[in-house]
Design a protein around this ligand. Structure first.
Ligand SMILES: CC(C)(COP(=O)(O)OP(=O)(O)OC[C@H]1O[C@@H](n2cnc3c(N)ncnc32)[C@H](O)[C@@H]1OP(=O)(O)O)[C@@H](O)C(=O)NCCC(=O)NCCSC(=O)c1cc(O)c2ccccc2c1O
Length: 280
């Protein structure tokens, strides 16, 4: 099964220059960020996370890009979480010996990115890699995908989104089972419990993912942006409200009524809001 090749869906433009741990591609309004450490099942070290963050920021600010895919190289793993071989006594060691848990910042970045982020999962999505796919807006899984947490086995836990958002997705009982027992779940089980959106044969994985991306690209970017913020706000407390309200402010800035306030200040006159109705 794992010798099956994932068929490429697009003629990707290579934007990987300057990156060591990831491959970064763009095509037809879609950016694809791929962890490229297949020897360790795409475990992330601090550099990997920094590079993913840089590429995600690039994709966010690229006005040609409407949807972002996160994935792992090789077809055998999406991501196996933090690289245990560089785990120090207070986090994951970078080349300077500084310890990080910087994947938490990346989780927030995925969450607050105003464009849909899609996890394309082949093989293992385990530990911190499992949390990353959960934080993506959608997950397209291959039939060989395997999901699970390992924290309590390896002396770790993610009590942030990793616990609370998982419970939102699969319910409290199932989330406790996943964390307390550290079992592995196949793609069908993940689909049944609402962890993923669809399951497809491995060779079809990118074709299917790109099809979902294309469908989203047909829809209003502003509507998708506001819906993502609204769905986040339901779970993210004041940070979620800030994100949602930021979109309301942006829309207001784009209106004639909002611009009248700015223009009046710049032109040193009293604002005239009289022509703007008070909608019921
Ligand atoms: C994923 C597996 C179940 C696959 O098992 P399999 O038997 O198929 O493959 P191998 O075990 O032989 O793996 C092949 C090769 O890859 C290396 N490898 C795999 N995963 C990792 C990893 N995470 N780190 C380093 N290396 C890895 C493995 O050693 C083999 O290489 P050799 O040279 O040794 O042959 C299985 O591999 C597995 O269980 N992997 C570990 C999964 C895991 O425990 N991940 C870490 C969980 S904790 C975490 O991710 C985490 C990170 C954070 O940054 C956090 C921050 C804040 C809060 C919480 C965090 C957190 O929990």
């Amino acid at each position: 099964m794992n010798d099956v090749l994932i068929k490429p869906a697009l003629d990707w433009q290579d934007c990987s220059d300057g990156y060591e741990d990831i491959l970064y591609h763009k095509a037809e309004g879609i950016a694809r960020i791929m962890i490229n450490r297949p020897r360790v099942h795409n475990a992330f070290r601090p550099l990997t996370v920094m590079e993913m963050s840089k590429a995600l920021s690039d994709a966010r600010y690229d006005s040609e890009i409407g949807v972002i895919i996160l994935t792992g190289a090789g077809g055998k793993a999406f991501c196996s979480g933090g690289d245990q071989k560089v785990r120090g006594d207070s986090g994951y060691r970078d080349d300077q010996g500084v310890h990080h848990l910087n994947v938490l910042d990346l989780q927030r970045q995925i969450r607050t990115c105003p464009k849909p982020v899609v996890a394309m999962v082949a093989g293992y999505a385990i530990g911190g890699g499992h949390v990353l796919h959960m934080l993506c807006d959608l997950t397209i899984a291959a039939e060989n995908a395997v999901f699970g947490q390992t924290g309590p086995k390896v002396g770790s836990f993610d009590g942030g989104y990793g616990a609370s958002y998982m419970a939102r997705l699969v319910g409290q009982k199932k989330a406790r089972e996943i964390w307390f027992l550290c079992r592995q779940y196949d793609a069908q089980a993940a689909l049944d419990m609402g962890l993923v959106n669809t399951v497809v044969p491995l060779e079809q994985l990118e074709l299917e993912t790109v099809q979902w991306c294309r469908e989203m690209l047909q829809n209003s970017p502003m509507a998708l942006r506001c819906l993502k913020a609204a769905l986040n706000a339901d779970c993210d407390g004041q940070a979620g409200l800030q994100e949602l309200a930021g979109n309301a402010t942006m829309l207001f800035y784009m209106s004639e009524e909002g611009q009248e306030g700015r223009n009046a200040f710049v032109e040193k006159r009293a604002p005239d809001f009289s022509k703007f109705g008070r909608n019921p």
